[in-house]
Design a protein around this ligand. Structure first.
Ligand SMILES: [Zn+2]
Length: 409
């Protein structure tokens, strides 16, 4: 484990703290009953902003072999909503950047080839790069050539040496996971053709701030981008932000297009001007966010203490993933006021959350055991969950929705 010496984008060493979560357990790690005697893995979780290039980032680099130790491989194709979204995204990219016949599309973190299929079916050459062996194998089996490796300068040099360069280089929700940004940018430079376009989606940190969604901060998410920080990072490496579109994934994302020649669209100028006007490049913008997060934390802790005084039984709903881990860890609740967690994913049942050590039960426990209140950790799916669990509320149960303002419904 190691903390960064300076900003990952520009090297500036005097970074301003936005939020300090202290020692936080690793997300995505669910314990089996026989592992309960083991110590949890805790790492510092501190969010900082660079006053020079406006990049928001965490200070710690957790080694990838520890960070991605989760034993259930993730296949994008099992989520119909994501497949639908990225199919539309691929068509949007092709509409914006018409490719010549025979052009090659390369995707970083291509998973099981869910998006490259769209480009292949449109008649283009495709090549994926993904380190997860299960999904990479599934892609190769489906005829999507996939190199099972991390997307790095080393791999890029090899592929470029084989003459495999991209007219369109993509990779969604990957830049935010990268610890060594310079290596990533070098890989892009090696693989992108002179006339090529780099286009990808990344979570929009302005949207995170607007929703006070501080639980988006966890160890896997190394960097948190805005149009301003994206523009400054890539500009310094010879790629220019020429177009930007909003995307609905992860509570708000940006789909951004970069090319080697500067020609910004109206949307790019408007978004950068809006961020400038709102003070996004300055640390003060994040100080206001931090204050709001502190208020939410205090409000939630007071509500939970109050419910306990009234003798109400509290459980948690939606038990895993970085968001739930950060939220539970940050609340730092005393005397274990939460009895257990429920989740609809059967792979998680019978296991325990890291840090908070809550047993994960099927969602039916809400009806069979009848707790009084369920703290909704998956608050971003509140509408869907409230509908699914209508019987719990009809029987007198209530949900405690933590974000953007704590409320009982
Ligand atoms: Zn910087």
């Amino acid at each position: 484990m190691s903390a960064i010496q300076g900003c990952r984008s520009c090297g500036h060493s005097d970074l301003a703290t936005v939020l300090n979560f202290g020692q936080s357990p690793l997300a995505d790690r669910l314990l089996r009953p026989e592992e309960l005697g083991e110590e949890d893995l805790f790492f510092p979780l501190r969010l900082v902003v660079c006053p020079q290039c406006a990049l928001v980032q965490i200070t710690e680099n957790v080694p990838p072999q520890i960070l991605y130790c989760g034993d259930y491989p993730y296949y994008t194709s099992v989520s119909p909503g994501l497949v639908r979204h990225f199919t539309q995204a691929a068509h949007a990219m092709l509409a914006r950047t018409p490719l010549p016949a025979g052009a090659r599309v390369i995707e970083a973190a291509s998973n099981d080839g869910y998006q490259l299929k769209v480009f292949r079916d449109a008649g283009f050459e495709v090549l994926g790069v993904d380190p997860a062996s299960g999904p990479a194998q599934a892609a190769n089996d489906a005829g999507i050539e996939t190199c099972c490796d991390f997307f790095s300068a080393e791999v890029a040099r090899r592929l470029a040496g084989e003459g495999k360069r991209a007219r369109l280089l993509t990779g969604n929700n990957v830049l935010n996971l990268i610890q060594d940004l310079d290596d990533f940018a070098q890989a892009v430079d090696l693989l992108l053709e002179e006339e090529g376009t780099l286009c990808f989606e990344v979570p929009d940190f302005v949207a995170t701030v607007d929703q006070a969604a501080f639980d988006n901060v966890f160890h896997q998410n190394t960097t948190y981008w805005t149009a301003t920080s994206l523009d400054r990072f890539w500009r310094a490496r010879g790629l220019y932000l020429n177009h930007i579109e909003p995307a609905p994934t992860f509570g708000g994302s940006l789909r951004v297009y970069f090319e080697r020649r500067e020609d910004p669209s109206t949307a790019v100028r408007a978004r950068l001007a809006e961020e400038q006007e709102r003070g996004v490049p300055s640390p003060e913008f994040y100080a206001a966010f931090a204050e709001r997060v502190e208020r939410i934390k205090a409000g939630l802790c007071a509500m939970i203490a109050d419910l306990r005084r009234q003798g109400q039984r509290i459980v948690a709903y939606g038990a895993a993933g970085g968001m739930a881990t950060t939220l539970l860890s940050y609340l730092d609740l005393q005397d274990n006021p939460i009895e257990y967690a429920v989740d609809i994913n059967p792979h998680k049942h019978g296991r325990f959350t890291s840090g908070s050590r809550l047993e994960i039960r099927p969602a039916e426990a809400l009806i069979e055991d009848r707790p009084d209140v369920a703290l909704l950790l998956a608050w971003n799916f509140a509408d869907e969950i409230l509908e699914q669990q209508a019987a719990f509320r009809e029987g007198g149960g209530r949900f405690l929705v933590p974000i953007p303002e704590p409320r009982l419904i």
